[in-house]
Design a protein around this ligand. Structure first.
Ligand SMILES: Cc1ncc(COP(=O)(O)O)c(C=O)c1O
Length: 361
C-alpha cells in the first residue's frame, strides 16, 4: 500500500470536543456547555435567514463587501481592514497558516482556548504554552517566553474558559514588547458581553502587529450559522485573503450576519440580561461554597474543592438534564464552565448545585 505522508504536526492534533447537547434517557435538557445565546438569534437575523434562502442558486459575493460595510459602520472600523470567515475559527486558521510554519513558535497560555493547539499543529509550528497568573493571562510570562522564532501570540480577552480579562494597557504593553515580526492575535469572541469594550480595535489601529478576531456565534446567537471576522492592518488582510476560499461564506451566512450586526438593540438587550443573570448565578453559587472569578463573558468558571467534586457535580447535573462543560483538558480539573442561560436555566442550575451540595453533607 502507498505510504501516505502526513504533514508535520497534523498527527499531534487531538480532535476538538464540542459541548454535549443530549443526555440519554433525559428529555428536558438545558444546554449550558457551549456559551450559546439562550434566546437564540434576534428577529432581524431570523427574518434575513428566511429571505436569503430564495437566493441559493446564486453564488455568493467573494469580497463580502456588504457584510464588511455593515460591520465597519456599526463598529466604526475601516471596511478594507476586515476579513470574514466561517466562524472566527477560520480566520484564526488562516492567520496561523499564513504567518507560521515548521521551525516557528506560537505562544498561547495555560488555560487558552482549545482551538489554539489545533491551529498551531495544523500549520506545523511548535506550541509554546505559557503559565497564567491565577487564571489571568500574564503579560510578563508571555514576553519572557518569546524568542526570535516566535511568530504569533494568541490571547482571548475575555478568556475562555476563565472569563477573566487583561486591561488595555497590559495588552498594549504585550504588543509593544513582542519581537520584531511577531503578531499578537487578540481573540475577542466575547467582546460584546463587555460594556463599552472595543475588542482591541483601537490597538489594531495604533499598531502594525495586532489582529483582532470576532464572532457571530456568541451574543448574536448564530453559532450554527458559522460566521466570524477579523480586523487587522490592510497588509495583513491582503495576505489572508489570498488563502481564503473565494466562496467561503454562503448567501445565507452573509445576509443573516449583516442583519444581526445591524440589530444593535438585540445585542444591547442580551448584554444587559447576561450581566444581570451572570451576577445572580455567581452569587448563588458562591453562597453554596462554589466560588468563581469575576467573569466578563457569558459563562462562569465554577471552582469546586477538588477534581472529584467537580466530576461528581457534573454527573449529578447531567442526570437532571443540565449539561455544563468539564474543563480538565484546559488544566482546570476542579472547575466546571457554566454558560449563563436564561432566567429559568440559571435558577435550574443553581437549584441543582444546591441539591448536590446537600446530598454531600
Ligand atoms: C475564545 C474563543 N475564540 C474563538 C471561538 C470560535 O468561535 P467561532 O468559530 O464559532 O466563531 C470560540 C468559541 O467558543 C472561543 O471561545
Amino acid at each position: 500500500m502507498t505510504k501516505i505522508q502526513v504533514q508535520p504536526g497534523i498527527m499531534e492534533i487531538a480532535l476538538y470536543e464540542g459541548g454535549q447537547s443530549t443526555v440519554e434517557g433525559v428529555s428536558d435538557i438545558v444546554k449550558l456547555s457551549s456559551n450559546e445565546n439562550p434566546y437564540g438569534a434576534g428577529d432581524a437575523a431570523k427574518e434575513a435567514y428566511r429571505k436569503s434562502g430564495l437566493n441559493m442558486h446564486r453564488y455568493p459575493s467573494t469580497d463580502h463587501a456588504d457584510l464588511r460595510a455593515a460591520i465597519a459602520e456599526v463598529h466604526d472600523l475601516k471596511a478594507e481592514q476586515i476579513i470574514c470567515g466561517v466562524g472566527s475559527d477560520e480566520v484564526l486558521h488562516l492567520i496561523a497558516q499564513c504567518f507560521a510554519g515548521p521551525g516557528d513558535e506560537i505562544i498561547y497560555t495555560e488555560h487558552g482556548f482549545s482551538m489554539y493547539p489545533i491551529l498551531v499543529h495544523a500549520c506545523g509550528a511548535t506550541p509554546v504554552v505559557v503559565p497564567e497568573r491565577e487564571r489571568v493571562v500574564d503579560v510578563d510570562a508571555i514576553l519572557k517566553a518569546c524568542t526570535d522564532k516566535t511568530k504569533i501570540v494568541f490571547i482571548a480577552n475575555p478568556g475562555n474558559p476563565t472569563g477573566t480579562m487583561v486591561g488595555g494597557n497590559e495588552v498594549a504593553r504585550l504588543a509593544d514588547g513582542l519581537p520584531e515580526g511577531c503578531l499578537l492575535v487578540h481573540d475577542g469572541a466575547y467582546t460584546e458581553f463587555v460594556e463599552g469594550f472595543d475588542g482591541g480595535a483601537g490597538l489594531v489601529d495604533a499598531r502594525d502587529n495586532v489582529i483582532m478576531t470576532r464572532t457571530f456565534s456568541k451574543i448574536y446567537g448564530l453559532g450554527g450559522l458559522r460566521v466570524g471576522w477579523g480586523y487587522a492592518p490592510k497588509e495583513i488582510i491582503d495576505v489572508l485573503n489570498r488563502v481564503r476560499g473565494p466562496f467561503n461564506l454562503s448567501n445565507m451566512q452573509l445576509a443573516v450576519a449583516e442583519a444581526a450586526v445591524r440589530d444593535t438593540e438585540f445585542v444591547d438587550r442580551c448584554r444587559k440580561d447576561n450581566a444581570r443573570l451572570r451576577a445572580w448565578l455567581a452569587e448563588a453559587l458562591m453562597e453554596l461554597g462554589v466560588p468563581s472569578d469575576t467573569s466578563c463573558a457569558n459563562f462562569i468558571l465554577a471552582r469546586f474543592a477538588s477534581e472529584a467534586e467537580a466530576s461528581a457535580c457534573d454527573a449529578f447535573l447531567k442526570k437532571q438534564g443540565i449539561i455544563v462543560r468539564k474543563v480538565a483538558g484546559y488544566g482546570l480539573p476542579n472547575c466546571l464552565r457554566i454558560t449563563v442561560g436564561d432566567e429559568s436555566g440559571c435558577r435550574r442550575v443553581a437549584h441543582a448545585v444546591k441539591s448536590f451540595k446537600e446530598l454531600a453533607v
